[in-house]
Design a protein around this ligand. Structure first.
Ligand SMILES: CC(C)(COP(=O)(O)OP(=O)(O)OC[C@H]1O[C@@H](n2cnc3c(N)ncnc32)[C@H](O)[C@@H]1OP(=O)(O)O)[C@@H](O)C(=O)NCCC(=O)NCCS
Length: 305
């Protein structure tokens, strides 16, 4: 799958209209989210160096390509694909396109431009190991709508732990019945002996969300889900929950559980949205001190993965 935001998607298509009746070409920069998922974070226009037949051939100047690659790397972006247009021809790859494609596992996006107007845009991923067995496979394009789609979710390393602490403590300021911050470095280290943290980072690499997952046995468990307040309400919480579930599924888990403090009455409806149902209660064992007289228990919520 190729994920691209509406602005870059439009820019690719507009480029084809501007150069009509000639082919346009350019580079897609971004990151590989997984083996079969690429995320476009920016595009770079390139000049078509073909003067012999620019209406049905394109070629990116190697000097342009090196510059685009270097500038992308400086911003933390890799080349993940290329785009070009087919003036008055279908948005399908031609034998020439295949012959001239050399970047394996990259996306090749083609926009058909009919009488000057961008029509269909399709993507093809170049598969194979060498020039002899290479082939194009259809690739779905998802035009991202949610801002959170631009965040990358990955497994945290100990180097991320210091950044997780303020995210959790800021997000959990809402739990005013707990005195002091929700987690400290010792808590994170202790938890990381038993489970893992997944973190989301924004384009600049800043950590903007985290979730703790225990997935060694069934039921898996996730907790301490925290989204930086400036990112809340942008579907990042949803993505973090899905990532925790996917991570546990990959480890062979069949069930997931979580617990919410009974005073947070807004949370059971939130988790029900994701298929969790109340399945019991547990004692609230919290190392953080509570305000005087506050009695809490945990509501257990579960679902099959
Ligand atoms: C709870 C939290 C993780 C949600 O993250 P978020 O990124 O703001 O949530 P999303 O934008 O992904 O929302 C996903 C869905 O839940 C809904 N939702 C979000 N917050 C909700 C709430 N407090 N109550 C009910 N539904 C809620 C959204 O409307 C959205 O629904 P939709 O997809 O049908 O439109 C985040 O607000 C947070 O970090 N809170 C502080 C820490 C916390 O309470 N963690 C959970 C404790 S177990």
């Amino acid at each position: 799958m190729l994920r691209i935001n509406p602005k870059n998607y439009d820019a690719v298509r507009r480029h084809g209209e501007e150069t009509y009746p000639h082919e346009c070409c350019g580079v897609l920069l971004g990151r590989m989210e997984s083996e079969d998922e690429r995320v476009v974070t920016s595009i770079a226009r390139a000049g078509n160096t073909r003067t012999d037949s620019p209406q049905n051939r394109y070629s990116i100047d190697p000097k342009d390509l090196i510059r685009i690659q270097r500038e992308g790397r400086e911003r933390g972006e890799d080349i993940i694909g290329f785009y070009h247009s087919h003036p008055d021809h279908p948005a399908r790859w031609s034998q020439t396109d295949l012959a001239e494609a050399h970047w394996f596992s990259c996306s090749y996006v083609i926009t058909s431009v009919e009488k000057g107007n961008a029509a269909l845009t399709n993507s093809f991923v170049l598969l194979g190991f060498d020039e002899h067995d290479k082939k194009f496979a259809d690739e779905k394009i998802t035009v991202m709508n949610d801002e959170s789609d631009s965040a990358t979710i990955r497994l945290a390393t100990p180097a991320d732990f210091p950044a997780i602490i303020p995210i959790v403590n800021k997000a959990y300021e809402i739990e005013t019945f707990i005195i002091g911050p929700r987690v400290n470095a010792e808590d994170i280290n202790r938890m990381s002996q038993k489970g893992d943290f997944l973190v989301a980072q924004d384009f600049s690499g800043k950590i903007i969300a985290s979730v703790y997952v225990e997935s060694k046995s069934d039921p898996a468990y996730f907790g301490v889900l925290a989204v930086d307040p400036s990112w809340q309400g942008k579907k990042l919480g949803r993505r973090m929950i899905e990532a925790a579930e996917d991570y546990s599924r990959e480890k062979g888990r069949k069930y997931m559980k979580l617990t919410v403090v009974n005073l947070r009455t807004e949370l059971p409806p939130f988790y029900r949205k994701f298929g969790y149902i109340e399945s019991g209660t547990e004692e609230f064992l919290n190392p953080r001190p509570l305000k005087d007289g506050v009695k809490l228990h945990l509501i257990v919520m579960s679902k099959s993965l």
